[in-house]
Write a protein that binds this ligand. Structure first.
Ligand code: NAD
Length: 405
């Protein structure tokens, strides 16, 4: 059994059974038999209709899914409602792409791969599951999903809603459990035709190795990030940028892959950044995620809390720390947003993904230096450029080695 802890209080509020090797075996066999059976022969139109029926059931269950996220990972309830309400729209989008899969071009026919495994993280429990599950199912595959051990219940509820909507048995299987037991068994299973992973870079490396231990299959990796925000000289004195800078760094208490947690400002711009971000923080109350007024909840787990405390200690030793708001005194895994001014480029605050509300702020001399600092990272997920001249920002964007700007 795995215990579930409410991050807002630190109290254990439930537990669930871990899926061992035998459960994974059963789930993979069930997915294989569904793929060989009804689901493998269903028309694109019928598949789209079933997915849309699932979307309708999810739309009715937004409130329940939102409360599960709040209890499991401390996500502010208002934020959880807003994000989960997008889920049915995402299903609608992918369902609309299904007819194109059936089109033949130059004799090529598109076929599903078969049984796909997905392993997902906890930072957006419902969205992480849907972003993986929907395209996999829309393309006609069956799925064995291992959600994070911090957030198994929303995944189980999503599967239950799919079943109520008429998805045949075995199409969407959920195996709750830890990474080292359930995740490892699934990643190494030779009966998987493809594997989709979202999570940390270190786990991604382990999963690639495990996935090749008994068979060879394609894997897709959506891993960590340490993305920069670059404020150009023509924007540093514009107060309207700071709410956006704050959101990009601190939304979800800094726990998102594309959080832009390195801020690069022109020399002499530190004061403007501190003043602007302090003002922005006033609109982001930190507190109990069950309160609809809260915009920043606690960190998702005790482990995440310890990790962030470690980086805060490094910040105290290597940079100038500026708290942006007060940390609630309540029990629970609270950490209010902080800035680390002048964090050294080769230090942990700039080079490592913290996954918490700590923004490293650095100054640059000229634009060449700004681009060099922005790119000097083992990651390359995203970046933001704040500038007044679109042509200039486009030119800088083209110089950055990052997935999206
Ligand atoms: P994690 O890597 O610890 O865990 C992710 C998933 O992998 C969980 O389900 C976990 O149980 C499982 N897992 C752990 N060890 C495993 C193993 N040895 N074998 C198989 N499965 C294993 O990540 P996390 O703490 O849950 O999530 C935070 C990370 O996810 C951050 O690095 C974040 O950047 C990343 N993330 C990336 C994206 C993206 O789209 N790029 C989106 C969200 C989160």
């Amino acid at each position: 059994q795995i215990a579930s802890v409410n991050p807002a209080t630190g109290e254990v509020w439930g537990s669930f059974d871990e899926s061992g090797e035998q459960a994974v075996e059963t789930a993979v066999a069930s997915a294989r038999s569904a793929f060989r059976g009804e689901w493998g022969r269903i028309s694109g139109d019928d598949r789209a209709a079933l997915l849309l029926a699932w979307a309708a059931r999810i739309a009715e269950a937004v409130e329940q899914l939102a409360w599960l996220e709040t209890l499991e990972v401390g996500r502010p309830i208002a934020d959880a409602r807003a994000l989960i309400a997008q889920g049915p729209l995402l299903i609608g989008y992918y369902a609309s792409l299904i007819p194109a899969l059936d089109e033949r071009s130059e004799g090529a026919v598109r076929r599903p791969r078969g049984v796909v495994a997905a392993i997902t993280p906890w930072n957006f429990p419902t969205a992480n599951v849907l972003i993986r599950a929907i395209p996999i199912l829309a393309a006609g595959n069956t799925l064995v999903l291992k959600p994070s051990e911090l957030s198994p219940r929303s995944a189980v509820l999503l599967a239950q809603l799919a079943s109520e909507a008429g998805l045949p048995p075995g199409v969407l299987n959920v195996v709750p459990g830890s990474g080292h037991v359930t995740g490892a068994a699934l990643a190494a299973h030779p009966g998987i035709d493809m594997l989709a992973f979202t999570g940390s870079t270190r786990t991604g490396q382990a999963i690639i190795q495990a996935s090749a231990s008994r068979s060879i299959k394609p894997v897709t990796m959506e891993c960590g990030g340490k993305s920069p925000q670059l404020v150009l000289p023509d924007m540093i004195d514009q107060p309207e940028i700071w709410p956006g800078v704050f959101h990009a760094a601190f939304w979800n208490t800094g726990q998102w892959c594309a959080a832009r947690t390195r801020l690069l400002v022109p020399k002499g711009g530190l004061d403007a950044a501190v003043e602007g971000l302090r003002a922005a923080a006033a609109d982001w109350p930190v507190g109990d995620p069950r309160d609809p007024a809260t915009r920043l909840g606690p960190l998702a787990s005790g482990r995440q809390y310890e990790t962030v405390q470690g980086y805060r200690e490094i910040a105290r030793q290597t940079a100038q720390v500026v708290p942006l708001s007060a940390t609630p005194g309540a029990d629970g895994f609270y950490a209010a947003p902080e800035l680390a001014l002048g964090a050294p480029q080769d230090g942990a605050l700039v080079q490592q993904e913290i996954f918490g509300p700590l923004l490293a702020v650095q100054e640059y001399g000229d634009l060449d230096e700004a681009v060099r600092l922005a790119d000097d990272s083992p990651y390359g997920l995203g970046a933001t450029i704040w500038g007044a001249d679109r042509d200039a920002t486009d030119r800088i964007a083209a110089r950055l080695s990052t997935g999206s700007v």
